[in-house]
Design a protein around this ligand. Structure first.
Ligand code: ADP
Ligand code: MG
Length: 591
C-alpha cells in the first residue's frame, strides 16, 4: 500500500483538520469527527448528514450556507456510532426549528442514524430523516436491504439545503429531499479498486482486462465483472439501466459525472461527452452538468453517472446560492449570514464534552462516558464479575489475533473492515476493565454493550452492542450466571437483532450463528448441563452455523449487494460470533 498519508490510525482526524484549516471561513470542528458551519444557522431547519469517511469531499465538504449544517464522520467506510450522531445533532439543534438527517441506505448508517434520531426526539428535538437509495445497479426489493445510497446524495444535500436555507419547515424540507430521492438515479463502474488505509489491502482485485460494473462506493465489488471495453460502451450500459428505471424522455435533467477519487478529469470529460450524446439521442434535455469528484471512494479508479429528473422547483433549488468547501455558487444571500457573524464570534468552540451524548441527550443510556462510570472497585467483585472480566480480556485477545482473518472474510462480500471493527470495540472494552470491574454482572454487560455501540459503529456495532445489553438485562432478571440466564439473554438478543436489522436466519448474517448457539443453550438448559458444557456446545453450534453461511445468498447487510456472487463466502459477522462463543467456552472450561 502506497499512499500520501502518515499513520493509518491518524487518517480520519488529519482529514477533518485539513478541511477545517483550509476553509476556516466556512466550517469549524465541533468535535474530532463532527464538522459544523463556522456561521451557524438560526431559526431554520438544520440538515445533518455523514457516514464513514473516505468519500471526501462528502460530507464535510458540503457543510456551509445553502447545504449541510453538520457532517458526522465515522472511521473510513464505517458508519459513525449513534452517540456521535447524537452529538452531531446536539451541536446544531439549539436555535433551529428542527433537524433533518440525510442517510445513505446502508444497514449500519440506517440503524445508527435512526437510533440517534429517536434519542434526539426523546430530548424534545424535532428530528426526522430521509434515506437516499439512488444506485440502480442494485435491485431494490422488500426482501433485500434495497438500493445503496451513492453520489445522488449530493443533490439531496443541495436541494434540501437550499430549501432549509430559505426557511422551509421540517416537513417541507423533508418533502424536497424525498422528491430528489424519487427522481435521482446513479450507476458506477471501476477499473481499479481502493484500499482502506487500516486494512492495507484492496476491497477487490481486477485483472488488466476487467471492469467492475455497478460498483459501490466502499471499495466493495460491483454487481458484475466484464471484459474491459471502450468507456462509451460502459456509459451506454449505465444510461440504459438508469433510463429503464426512470423515464427521462422529454424531461430536463441535471447530470452528475462523478469521479471516484482516482479518475483524472480528462477521463470524466470523455464520459460526459458520451453521456450528452446518448441523452440527446434519447430525447432527454441536459439542464446542467456537474463534473468532478463529488463523492469519492478513496483512490478508486472509477466513475458514476447520476441523472436527476427536474421540475421548476428542483431547478430553483439547484440554482440557489451555496458556500461550502466543495460546492460554492452565486452570492450567498446576505440575510442568511446576517445574524451569524455575531453568533460565530460569541459561540464558544464546542468541545467534545459539549457535544457528548450526555449533553445532547442526557437520557441516551447507549452512550455512557468514562466519567459517568462508578468508581473502580465501588462494588466488590463477585466470582461472576471476575469471570466476565477474564472473558472480555480473552475475547479482546481473540479478536486481535483473528483481526486479519475476519477482515479478509469481509473483503469479498463486504468492505474489509469487520475484523478492524471488532478489534477496536473489544480493545476499548478491555481498556475500561477497571471501571467495568466496579459493576455487578448485568451492569457490566450493559456497559460493555454501550462501549461496543459507540466504538464499533458500522452494522455490527449496534447489533453486537444489543447482544451484550440484552444478555445483561436477562442476567439481572435471573439473578446469577446460569445456563437458563444465558439462554434467556441470547434469546432476547436474537429477537432484538432481528428487529433492528430486519434479517432472518438464512439471510447470511450473524443470526445464522446465533440461532444454533441459542438452540444449543436451550438444550443445555433442558438437560441441566453445566455452564461450561452448555457454552462448549453453543460454540460448536455457532461454528457450524457460521460454516453453513458459505453456500447462502446474502439478503441483508452489505453482502446482499452482491446477490448470487455472495455464494461461496463465509459471513464475517457469523464468524466473529462463533469466535466469541468459542472464547467464552474456553474461559468457562478454565483452559
Ligand atoms: P459493515 O457491514 O457496516 O461494514 P461490519 O463489517 O463490522 O459492518 O459487520 C458486518 C456483519 O454484520 C455481517 O457479516 C453480518 O453478520 C452483520 N450484519 C449486517 N447487517 C445485518 C443485519 N441486518 N442483521 C444481522 N446482522 C447483520
Ligand atoms: Mg464491513
Amino acid at each position: 500500500m502506497k499512499k500520501f498519508i502518515n499513520r493509518p490510525e491518524d487518517v480520519e482526524r488529519e482529514v477533518v483538520d485539513g478541511y477545517v484549516k483550509s476553509y476556516p471561513h466556512i466550517i469549524r470542528k465541533a468535535a474530532d469527527d463532527i464538522v459544523v458551519r463556522a456561521h451557524p444557522k438560526h431559526g431554520r431547519v438544520a440538515l445533518v448528514s455523514g457516514g464513514g469517511m473516505g468519500h471526501e469531499p462528502a460530507h464535510l465538504g458540503y457543510v456551509g450556507a445553502g447545504m449541510l449544517d453538520a457532517a458526522v464522520g465515522g472511521a473510513i467506510y464505517t458508519s459513525p456510532a449513534q452517540d456521535r450522531i447524537i452529538a452531531g445533532i446536539g451541536a446544531v439543534a439549539p436555535g433551529t426549528t428542527g433537524v433533518l438527517l440525510v442517510i445513505k441506505n446502508y444497514t449500519g448508517d440506517v440503524i445508527n442514524f435512526k437510533m440517534a434520531e429517536q434519542a434526539a426526539r426523546d430530548e424534545g428535538i424535532a428530528c426526522d430523516h430521509v434515506v437516499v437509495d439512488d444506485d440502480v445497479a442494485v435491485e431494490g426489493s422488500s426482501f433485500t436491504v434495497g438500493r445503496r445510497g451513492v453520489a445522488g446524495t449530493v443533490f439531496v444535500h443541495k436541494c434540501a439545503g437550499a430549501a432549509a436555507e430559505a426557511g422551509a419547515s421540517l416537513p417541507e424540507v423533508k418533502r424536497v429531499a424525498e422528491k430528489v430521492i424519487a427522481n435521482v438515479r446513479t450507476m458506477g463502474a471501476a477499473i481499479e479498486p481502493c484500499t482502506v488505509p487500516a486494512a492495507g489491502k484492496p476491497g477487490f482485485t481486477l485483472a488488466d482486462d476487467e471492469v467492475e460494473m455497478g460498483v459501490g462506493i466502499h471499495g466493495e465489488p460491483g454487481v458484475r465483472r466484464e471484459r474491459m471495453q471502450p468507456v462509451d460502451d460502459m456509459v451506454d450500459e449505465i444510461l440504459d439501466t438508469i433510463l429503464a428505471d426512470l423515464d427521462c424522455a422529454g424531461h430536463d435533467v441535471a447530470v452528475l459525472v462523478n469521479g471516484a477519487g482516482g479518475t483524472p478529469p480528462y477521463e470524466l470529460a470523455i464520459v460526459s461527452n458520451h453521456v450528452h450524446d446518448v441523452l440527446a439521442a434519447r430525447g432527454v434535455r441536459v439542464w446542467h452538468t456537474y463534473m468532478g469528484p463529488y463523492l469519492t471512494s478513496l483512490e478508486m479508479r472509477g466513475f458514476s453517472v447520476t441523472l436527476l429528473r427536474l421540475d421548476d422547483e428542483l431547478k430553483g433549488l439547484l440554482a440557489a446560492p451555496a458556500e461550502t468547501a466543495a460546492w460554492t455558487q452565486g452570492a450567498v444571500a446576505v440575510e442568511s449570514l446576517a445574524d451569524d457573524a455575531t453568533d460565530a464570534a460569541t459561540t464558544p468552540e464546542a468541545d467534545d464534552a459539549d457535544c457528548s451524548p450526555a449533553a445532547a441527550a442526557p437520557g441516551a443510556e447507549t452512550a455512557p462516558r468514562a466519567a459517568d462510570a462508578e468508581a473502580p472497585g465501588a462494588a466488590p467483585s463477585s466470582p461472576d464479575v471476575a469471570a466476565a472480566i477474564k472473558a472480555i480480556s480473552a475475547i479482546a485477545d481473540a479478536m486481535d489475533a483473528h483481526k486479519d482473518e475476519l477482515t479478509e472474510l469481509d473483503q469479498p462480500i463486504g468492505d474489509s473492515d469487520h475484523g478492524i471493527n471488532m478489534a477496536r470495540g473489544f480493545d476499548a472494552m478491555r481498556a475500561q476493565l477497571p471501571e467495568l470491574a466496579g459493576q455487578d454482572l448485568p451492569g457490566l454487560l450493559k456497559r460493555a454493550g454501550s462501549i461496543i455501540v459507540s466504538k464499533v459503529g458500522g452494522s455490527s456495532g449496534p447489533l453486537y452492542g444489543t447482544l451484550f445489553r440484552k444478555v445483561g438485562v436477562a442476567l439481572k432478571a435471573e439473578g446469577s450466571l446460569t445456563v437458563r440466564a444465558l439462554s434467556a439473554g441470547l434469546g432476547k438478543a436474537f429477537v432484538a437483532i432481528e428487529d433492528l436489522g430486519g434479517a432472518k436466519p438464512g439471510d447470511k448474517t450473524m443470526l445464522d450463528a446465533i440461532r444454533p448457539a441459542l438452540e444449543a443453550l436451550e438444550r443445555g438448559r433442558v438437560n441441566e448441563v453445566s455452564v461450561a458444557e452448555a457454552l462448549a456446545d453453543a460454540a460448536s453450534a455457532a461454528e457450524e452455523g457460521a460454516e453453513a453461511t458459505v453456500p447462502l445468498v446474502a439478503r441483508k447487510g452489505r453482502a446482499s449487494y452482491l446477490g448470487e456472487r455472495s455464494v461461496g463466502h463465509k459471513d464475517p459477522g457469523a464468524a466473529s460470533f462463533a469466535l466469541l462463543m468459542r472464547t467464552l467456552a474456553t474461559v468457562a472450561a478454565g483452559k
